[in-house]
Design a protein around this ligand. Structure first.
Ligand SMILES: N[C@@H](CCC(=O)N[C@@H](CS)C(=O)NCC(=O)O)C(=O)O
Length: 227
């Protein structure tokens, strides 16, 4: 059955699933929902108005969102051991890396890059408040400075002496991490050498499955920076 995937192309949350369905060779149909995520029709199916979203008749509510959960679900459903190992200990590392990314690394990435990317920031954050430009710049800088620690955790703990978090092959956690790192180009973040070679290794390993969705993210970054 063809997977119906709803996406916003400049987003790295979306890039993760877009890379994954291509790399896994799944049968999918992708549609761009730019400007449509808050329409009554979309909200009726997905009250969180979030992409990436997949639609499948077999899902309890017919749709699901959250990039990591989508990759986990599709890996389980299609027995994609290579991307999401079934061995509990190996799987635990992949899960831990993804939770750490979503819960710790990504909020820093968003606060550091969203102002430049012209994406809305989350309520309660300095960037979304009525604070002046100086306070907003200081907040973005604090988030940028905070990136070094989780990045180093990915290198030293999750990747360690292997090419990927998944070992010899890119796992869904690697897809999620590499896509996230793409946004750091927006602020000219000085990526450590390991991260540059890691992204290159991902792109080499996954080929067009990686570079095609990455081109949309990179194209958007190039466009905002040219404004
Ligand atoms: N944690 C979620 C984040 C998803 C998310 O923030 N999606 C944004 C694009 S980056 C979105 O669809 N926004 C549209 C909206 O809220 O209307 C994931 O990893 O999938």
């Amino acid at each position: 059955m063809t997977i119906k995937l709803k996406v916003l192309k400049p987003s790295v949350n979306n890039m993760s699933v877009r890379v994954f369905v291509r790399a896994a060779g799944l049968d999918f149909e992708e549609s761009d929902v730019y400007g449509a995520t808050r329409t009554p029709e979309f909200l009726a199916r997905n009250p969180a108005h979030m992409t990436p979203m997949i639609e499948e008749a077999g899902l309890p509510k017919g749709v699901m969102w959250e990039s990591c959960a989508i990759m986990q679900y599709l890996s389980n459903k299609h027995h994609l051991e290579k991307f999401y190992p079934t061995d509990p200990a190996k799987r635990a590392m992949v899960d831990s890396a993804m939770f750490y990314l979503i819960g710790t690394l990504y909020p820093y990435v968003a606060r550091a890059t969203y102002p430049t990317l012209k994406f809305p920031q989350y309520p309660g954050e300095v960037g979304a408040s009525s604070a002046d430009d100086e306070a907003k710049k200081a907040a973005a800088k604090a988030a940028t400075d905070a990136l070094a620690e989780p990045l180093e955790v990915f290198r030293s703990f999750y990747i360690d002496d292997k090419p990927f978090i998944g070992g010899d092959h890119a796992s869904i956690a690697d897809i999620r991490l590499a896509a996230t790192l793409e946004f750091l180009a927006a602020i000219d973040y000085p990526l450590p050498a390991w991260a540059k070679s890691y992204i290159a290794r991902m792109e080499k390993d996954l080929g067009a499955a990686y570079s095609e969705p990455a081109a949309d993210v990179r194209g958007y970054i190039g466009w905002v920076r040219s404004q």
